[in-house]
Design a protein around this ligand. Structure first.
Ligand code: AMP
Ligand code: MG
Length: 286
């Protein structure tokens, strides 16, 4: 994830709030070390290195998260898919800011995409790939998952009012802020500042809910006048062009993170179907 997380806490006892906040941030750091494909010692890096050759055992939380990611993928027409990694690499977004993909490598990468290549053994809690070249990337769901775990820590510590934020793309509001209203979050424009001009971006209120934003800007490059960003349509192998920004609000930050990525890929035509599948989500798309 390699990203910045922040927690705003309100309450009477500053010492216990600070302790709870630090514990929650430690939990986020621990999860990053489990999930990052860039850390050679992470569970995901181990799966990526070995699962094509033998079943790889993972811890129960990671096993459950991978299964949940598989189910979400199925529920959103495969627009969200954690087997996206070979395509992310082809398009130069693995640690880079993107470049045109080589057609031969792109064709090879596309052969490795899809959760059908990932086999789960519930009894042994193992993951196995059915071919070499398959690689997992939890970049579209890991931040949300880490935020959900941090929120769990804070609630267990008795925190009643907090805002937990990661990487300017997912935020969770616990309870209400001090003034008693609701947590208000402004969706930023392409330049990372709250919108003040041309396009009407919303301010969203959150109470025990998460908001995630996915956008093609941030990590992107230009080719033939088009902005090609780091969110890739797993079904076509191309950086998505259907929308510029997608926002999903729901009870779970894991789900809002994954579904905002899916919505960016599905674009306006997919918004209605996504809402039919997940009736409680709120969405905004541009
Ligand atoms: P987000 O900012 O949450 O939309 O996540 C984007 C990141 O997830 C990218 O930088 C990739 O690492 C990865 N990714 C790109 N496209 C997809 C996709 N269609 N499904 C799942 N993960 C993706
Ligand atoms: Mg996401």
């Amino acid at each position: 994830m390699a990203t910045r997380f922040e927690i705003v806490l309100h309450g009477a006892n500053a010492t216990s709030l600070r302790a709870a906040g630090e514990e929650a941030l430690d939990e986020i750091a621990r999860i990053e070390s489990q999930l990052s494909l860039y850390r050679p010692t992470s569970e995901i890096a181990r799966v990526n290195a070995r699962a094509a050759y033998e079943p790889v055992r993972v811890t129960p939380p990671v096993y459950n998260l991978l299964k949940h990611a598989r189910d979400l993928s199925g529920a959103c027409e495969r627009a969200f898919d954690i087997t996206i990694a070979p395509l992310v690499r082809c398009w130069g977004f693995m640690g880079g800011t993107g470049e045109a993909a080589d057609p031969k490598q792109l064709a090879e990468a596309r052969e490795c995409i899809g959760m059908a290549h990932v086999h789960f053994d519930d009894a042994k809690q193992t993951i196995q790939f059915d071919r070499p070249g398959v690689m997992l990337d939890l970049g579209a769901i890991g931040k949300g998952y880490a935020i959900d775990r941090a929120v769990e820590f804070l609630l267990e510590a008795g925190v009643e009012s907090a805002l937990v934020h990661g990487g300017t793309s997912t935020v969770y509001g616990i309870g209400k802020p001090m003034d008693g209203g609701a947590w208000k979050v402004a969706v930023a424009n392409a330049f990372g500042t709250p919108n003040t001009d041309s396009i009407a971006l919303p301010t969203i209120t959150l109470e025990n809910e998460a908001l995630s934003v996915s956008a093609i800007w941030g990590r992107s490059f230009e080719k033939e006048g088009k902005m090609l960003g780091h969110v890739i349509d797993p079904r076509t192998g191309e950086p998505t062009q259907t929308a510029q920004l997608a926002t999903v609000i729901t009870k779970s930050a894991t789900d809002s993170d994954a579904l905002s990525t899916a919505l960016l890929v599905l674009g306006q035509p997919g918004e209605t179907t996504l809402k039919q599948t997940f009736p409680t989500i709120r969405t905004f798309i541009l």
